[in-house]
Design a protein around this ligand. Structure first.
Ligand SMILES: *[C@@H]1O[C@H](CO)[C@@H](O)[C@H](O)[C@H]1NC(C)=O
Ligand SMILES: *[C@@H]1O[C@H](CO)[C@@H](O)[C@H](O)[C@H]1NC(C)=O
Ligand SMILES: *[C@@H]1O[C@H](CO)[C@@H](O)[C@H](O)[C@H]1NC(C)=O
Length: 419
């Protein structure tokens, strides 16, 4: 395995020869594999579920975890590192430049949508429900420390809804209550994750569509804008959401302006999911005059909540970050970062992310959405064992770690890693 080849390379100071020792750590429960037509999956039952715990390598050794198309799943091996100036017998070379540091990583996670909660609650055996949460959130699993939650309904809901849908034109939002999806699906699932997590869970929230009376088209989907007279109401709507979730014991870490504003902003794109379009001038006004002051004023309980722009396809970072802060640099006083989604990544290289951040220390890019099989062109929605989908997710996680460095041009897209 040559770590220089495909994806995430760093440069070179010491030459370390590695000798592999195949001493598997046996403390974890292995994957109960089942072959399907398209690959291998791990089966969890009420009585059994695979686990994987982090092993801290001793000085001079390393721990490797390998999942493969052939069927390995987080296969853990521990090996020793030997340091030599030159070791002609070794085939493997890892070169690490410990003097150059790149970005810091806030965390990893997934989305708690209505669909996720419905499927989780539909598992009848409480042990199986617990396995699922532990596989994602506990130190026997992926240790998620970030969760994204839709504010109201999303395209992963069974109905269109927002909060305070009625009465209409209620600028005081006097009837703002959470809905049964929050109480039955989203909040319990987040709580279950928080309970088993070893670190605080950071929640990122986003609205897909506000109540339709705030919108120019009076519908959840389709081409729309916010009525200008409801800009402050939309900010207050978010403040109330933060309050309700805080009351339920769930502090929110970050808030985006709106999920995927682009497609409902462009007339000829059929935006057939819950959405809200924005133009740049309105977005500037909303940040500067409504959302920013609402969250950051002295009486706010949510001064530390991150304000995140974008939350749309990767290439839109040019629009919702580069261009927004070029034309309206004052928005940087409120904006903490920009969020990107996976779809159509092939149109722009991942280096666009690091380039966008180059002159803005302290600001961040965060990936908030990927969903294999979700595009209208994907006829197969669930495809058990499909390794190409695993690669899609892995690539999307690895790609943003690229940084162009002098004399080293990273490839534009992540290649397949062969083991
Ligand atoms: C819940 O699970 C049952 C099988 O246990 C299945 O028939 C049903 O479609 C599921 N419901 C949802 C909403 O997924
Ligand atoms: C308040 O909202 C609920 C739904 O959450 C709705 O059933 C009720 O009619 C609303 N009240 C008024 C006065 O519109
Ligand atoms: C296996 O993958 C192919 C190609 O993606 C797909 O058409 C087929 O439906 C999949 N089979 C199952 C059982 O998911």
């Amino acid at each position: 395995m040559d770590l220089r080849a495909p994806c995430c390379t760093v440069i070179i100071i010491a030459i370390i020869a590695v000798i592999w020792i195949t001493a598997a750590e046996n403390a974890d429960r292995p994957c109960m594999a089942r072959s399907t037509v398209n690959g291998s999956v791990c089966v969890c039952t009420a009585a059994y579920c695979d686990t994987i715990t982090r092993t801290v390598p001793l000085s001079g050794s390393y721990v490797s975890y390998i999942s493969s198309e052939a069927g390995l799943r987080f296969h853990k091996t521990i090996g020793k590192l030997y340091r030599h100036e030159k070791d002609e017998t070794s085939e493997t070379t890892i070169e690490v430049d410990v003097t150059t540091k790149y970005q810091s990583i806030e965390g990893f996670g997934g989305a708690v949508t209505d669909a996720a909660g419905i499927n989780w609650q539909n598992l009848t055996d409480p042990r199986l429900k617990r396995h699922l949460i532990q596989s994602y959130c506990s130190d026997q699993g992926l240790q998620y420390n970030m969760l994204r939650v839709p504010i109201g309904g999303s395209d992963f809901s069974t109905r269109g809804y927002a909060y305070n849908d009625l009465p209409e034109h209620d600028v005081k939002l006097a009837n703002f209550t959470l809905e049964h999806e929050d109480y039955e699906y989203k909040i319990p699932m987040i709580e279950a994750c928080m309970e088993v997590a070893t670190a605080p869970i950071e929640i990122i929230a986003a609205t897909w569509s506000p109540p339709i009376w705030m919108k120019t088209n009076d519908e959840f989907s389709g081409n729309s804008r916010l009525h200008k007279k409801y800009m402050q109401t939309y900010a207050d709507y978010h403040y109330k959401f933060l309050e309700k979730y805080a009351e339920a014991g769930i502090p929110v870490w970050g808030l985006s302006i709106t999920n995927e504003p682009l497609h409902s902003s462009i007339n000829y794109i059929p935006a057939n999911i819950n959405s809200l379009g924005w133009n740049m001038d309105d977005m500037r006004d909303y940040i500067m005059e409504n959302l920013g002051p609402t969250l950051r004023n002295n009486n706010s309980m949510f001064k530390d909540v991150k304000i995140i722009t974008g939350d749309d396809l990767r290439f839109t970072i040019i629009l919702y970050w580069n261009m927004l802060i070029l034309v309206y640099p004052e928005t940087l006083q409120y904006l903490d970062g920009v969020a990107v989604h996976y779809y159509m990544n092939a149109y722009t290289p991942p280096t666009i992310l690091s380039q966008a951040m180059e002159n803005y220390p302290g600001k961040f890019v965060i990936s908030t959405e990927i969903s294999a099989g979700a595009m209208p062109t994907d006829t197969v929605k669930v495809n058990l064992g499909a390794w190409d989908r695993a690669e899609l997710y892995a690539g999307d996680i690895i790609e943003p770690f690229y940084r162009p460095t002098a004399g080293h041009r990273p490839p534009l897209t992540c290649r397949r890693i062969e083991h």
